[in-house]
Design a protein around this ligand. Structure first.
Ligand SMILES: Cc1ncc(COP(=O)(O)O)c(C=O)c1O
Length: 371
């Protein structure tokens, strides 16, 4: 079969292992999935109600312009609807950004050990990816980004996941400003601030990306409703950017990329602030519990501004992952991110968190006793 070289060399994205597959493979009744940074609190009741009502209207095509949702977002972010693009999850928007602004053999810049979709979408489009290593704090290294820019100014896109997946670390406003100052005179470079996890941030010096976007037009803000709002299964993400950036993306976007239920759910989700606060509280409680348990186990972990924690098992992560899987706890190995002894564990419900920590403790004790 004829297929281009870049597609041949592509390693497909490996999603978190599913509950159904794990139950079947290991003959388990109960499985705890803490592998995909999903919401442990499910869907807001208001979202469920809105979805039920709209089932009657599914014979119609969805609104191709997401009019109501964009109006709501425009008000929320003090921009015009022309400065917003809604996507089938933010993953689709990453792909659209690359396909809109890069042509064959262009380059984009990102970090090693950052969200892998940037690389997959770029490789599929025959775009070169330059990755700089993380710094010794496991943060994206803005100095290295800026150094790269001094070597070559022809990056079309720079992807900055803030907070970063899979490390959970973040960059303060001062660091993002350094990058924006270094790119402000480049005519053909967009800086994508991927804020999939920003609703979980507790750090006081986290950037105000909306304010930065108004000052630096090269900024593209990328957000998702898959995380704190729990809409991962419906697929809604959005971009806030200069209106010409949005205009160009809209030229190649499939007209009905965001289905009707997804639009309805997103609108209802934004209106339920109580649910948002509950989801945040559950996450923060879970994170603090994880930190405490890891400290007791003397395991190195990285404090997280997201809804997951990266920790160093001290052993081959695949071995630890497999042992946990047999006990019904699905975590995420991060070898594709060049982190060979580390696992990422998402925050779950109180019960899920407790079971995960108990099993991690048992597995590590067993492995340590053999060493
Ligand atoms: C940093 C980051 N960006 C984007 C996404 C994509 O989210 P979605 O396509 O569900 O909106 C994820 C998903 O895990 C992520 O971790």
């Amino acid at each position: 079969m004829l297929v281009s070289k870049n597609i041949l060399g592509l390693v497909p994205y490996k999603p978190g292992k599913s509950i159904a597959a794990t139950k079947k493979e290991h003959n388990l009744d109960k499985v705890y999935k803490l592998a995909s940074n999903e919401s442990p609190v499910g869907l807001s009741e208001k979202v469920k109600q809105a979805l039920k009502q709209e089932v009657e209207n599914l014979h119609r095509y969805p609104d191709p312009n997401c009019t109501q949702l964009k109006d709501l977002l425009a008000k929320k972010y003090d921009v015009t609807p022309e400065e917003i693009v809604v996507g089938n999850g933010s993953n689709e928007l990453i792909d659209l950004l690359i396909r809109t602004f890069c042509v064959d053999n262009d380059r984009l810049l990102t970090s090693e050990s950052s969200f892998i979709a940037y690389k997959i979408c770029a490789t599929a489009a025959n775009i070169h990816v330059d990755e700089v290593p993380l710094n010794d704090q496991m943060q994206l290294d803005i100095n290295s980004f800026v150094n790269k820019l001094s070597e070559s100014s022809d990056y079309k896109l720079i992807f900055v996941a803030n907070p970063n997946n899979p490390t959970g670390t973040y960059l303060p406003e001062s660091k993002i400003v350094e990058l924006l100052e270094a790119t402000k005179d480049l005519q053909n470079t967009l800086v994508v601030l991927d804020e999939a996890y920003n609703d979980f941030v507790r750090a006081k010096d986290f950037p105000n990306s909306q304010k930065l976007q108004k000052k630096y037009p090269q900024v593209v803000i990328l957000k998702t409703l898959s995380k704190v709002f729990g809409l991962a299964g419906l697929r809604v993400g959005y971009i806030i950017a200069d209106k010409m950036v949005c205009n160009y993306i809209n030229r190649i976007r499939n007209p009905f990329n965001v289905n009707h239920l997804a639009q309805v759910a997103a609108i209802a989700a934004f209106e339920d602030t109580e649910f948002l606060e509950r989801a945040q509280a559950v996450n923060w409680q879970g994170l603090d519990y994880f930190y405490n348990e890891f400290e007791k186990m003397e395991v190195t972990y990285w404090p997280s501004q997201a809804n997951f924690v990266l920790f160093d098992t001290g052993f081959d992560s695949q071995v630890v992952f497999d042992k946990l899987l047999k006990k019904g706890v699905i975590t995420r190995p991060v070898k594709p991110y060049k982190l060979m002894t580390h696992l990422r564990v998402s925050v779950g419900t109180g019960e899920e968190n407790q079971v995960a920590m108990q099993e991690i403790k048992k597995v590590l004790n067993e492995l340590r006793s053999h060493n």
